[in-house]
Design a protein around this ligand. Structure first.
Ligand SMILES: *Cc1c(COP(=O)(O)O)cnc(C)c1O
Length: 419
């Protein structure tokens, strides 16, 4: 193959000389240019929900592309955005009544932070501090890296990142320490917002915590009038077993970020939804109070049409039943791993299953990750472990046979790569 000029994300080109060329995809499968079929065990980086190339979403994209492809969204609107916004307000927790569009998970979080800071400024209260959860991941822009965990991923940019307070991850049995730390942080300085991924911390290592902890964290925020920002970029759209993770804790966030699965995984789109008061604080004849945020493709009509088609699939197809079936099969197969000394921390929330392989040298940069990735690739599976953390996060059309193939491979990896 000719040398490609492309610089790939999260890819060390010195170690990965050649990319896997994918020619097409259907349902839970990727088809490579060299004629192989891969089971997409990570939903192509957590975005594909119903399956690749779903005909209903593909049709909606084609029709919208021929009708209205793109239009400036400042001072203009269009039917797919209006329809989508209304449906989102019906579907999301009661109280999230305003919808702001952007185009990625990172931008949806940037918007959330700016909304929170704008809110306090415009109502005349001096609150600037942001509190975040340890091991959190919220994106790769400077603002989202600032609120995310500091690690090898952002060490070169450290001097530019702003300070936040961090509370420890609520490990089982140590939840009170998290709640106490959040309470203490809110007493120390006037907190503008607390940001967290509800129930599952994705890039931080598929770390899971119980709904009651989320509920208690929200209570602490309420007590101190700190806004709660739910980063549901990964957890929404059925991933955790309910449409939104916050539902399981009966929590209505003040601001919520949704992206990844919002178009079923077909096109980039994101929304930041908030309570009416936050919009109200910006509503004024004073132009300085305008919410100054946009990107060129804000609320792109084709992406909005894809998202509307995604929501129609949630109505027409038994999506929650598929999700429950995946969860039940995870439990059946995970059972054996709980007693397997080669693995630890066997866990599941909704459609996400995760476990750690015991290796001599763990951590994200250890060899275990690339070795496992290559091992699974040879067996026709796309799994991309986070260091020695192996996780399964499949499209909802995945079959029981596909899941069995994945679990068989994980068991075999225990001998091939583990200690
Ligand atoms: C992926 C992710 C993001 C960033 O989304 P992008 O679309 O990649 O910018 C933010 N927050 C969470 C929780 C994520 O998993």
């Amino acid at each position: 193959m000719r040398r490609s000029p492309i610089w790939h994300p999260f890819t060390q080109h010195a170690l990965v000389p050649q990319m896997t060329a994918v020619a097409s995809a259907k349902d839970a499968y990727l088809y490579t240019e060299d004629g192989r079929r891969l089971i997409d065990g990570i939903a192509s980086w957590w975005v594909v929900t119903h399956g690749h190339c779903h005909p209903h979403i593909a049709r909606a994209i084609g029709e919208q592309a021929a009708r209205l492809d793109q239009v400036i969204f400042a001072g203009h609107t269009h039917e797919p955005a209006e329809r989508l916004a209304r449906r989102l307000i019906e579907l999301t927790p009661d109280g999230l009544d305003r919808v702001f569009f952007s185009d990625s998970g990172s931008t949806s979080v940037e918007v959330a932070l700016k909304m929170a800071l704008g809110y306090w400024r415009h109502i005349g209260e001096s609150r600037r501090r942001i509190v975040a959860l340890e091991h959190g991941y919220h994106g790769d822009t400077i603002g989202t890296m600032s609120v995310g965990a500091r690690s090898v991923f952002n060490a070169p940019y450290e001097p530019l990142l702003f300070e936040v307070d961090r509370v420890p991850f609520p490990h089982v049995g140590r939840e009170q320490a998290t709640l106490d730390a959040l309470d203490a942080a809110c007493r120390r300085t006037p907190v503008a917002a607390f940001i967290a991924e509800p129930l599952v911390l994705g890039a931080g290592g598929m770390l899971m915590y119980a709904p009651w902890v989320l509920q208690e964290m929200k209570r602490v925020c309420e007590r101190h009038r700190a806004l709660f920002i739910a980063d549901e970029v990964m957890t929404a759209w059925g991933r955790t077993g309910t449409v939104f993770a916050c539902e399981q804790a009966n929590v209505v966030p003040d601001i919520a970020c949704y992206a990844k699965g919002i178009t079923g995984g077909a096109l980039p789109l994101a929304v930041t939804m908030c309570r009416e008061e936050i919009f109200e604080a910006h509503y004024s004849p004073d132009r300085r109070r305008t919410f100054f945020h946009s990107s060129s493709y804000t609320a792109n009509p084709i992406a909005c049409a894809a998202a509307c088609a995604n929501l129609e699939l949630w109505e027409r197809e038994p999506v929650l039943e598929r999700i429950a079936r995946i969860g039940a099969h995870h439990d059946r197969r995970l059972e054996a791993f709980r007693e397997d000394a080669r693995f630890t921390n066997v866990r599941r929330t909704g459609t996400i299953a995760a476990l750690e392989l015991r290796v001599a040298d763990d951590g994200y940069l250890a060899d275990a990750g690339p070795k496992l990735y290559a091992f699974f690739g040879r067996r026709g599976l796309l799994l991309r472990p986070l260091g020695n953390t192996i996780y399964i996060l499949p499209p909802y059309c995945v079959t029981t046979e596909d899941l069995d193939a994945i679990y068989d491979a994980i068991a075999a990896a225990g001998d091939a790569v583990g200690v």
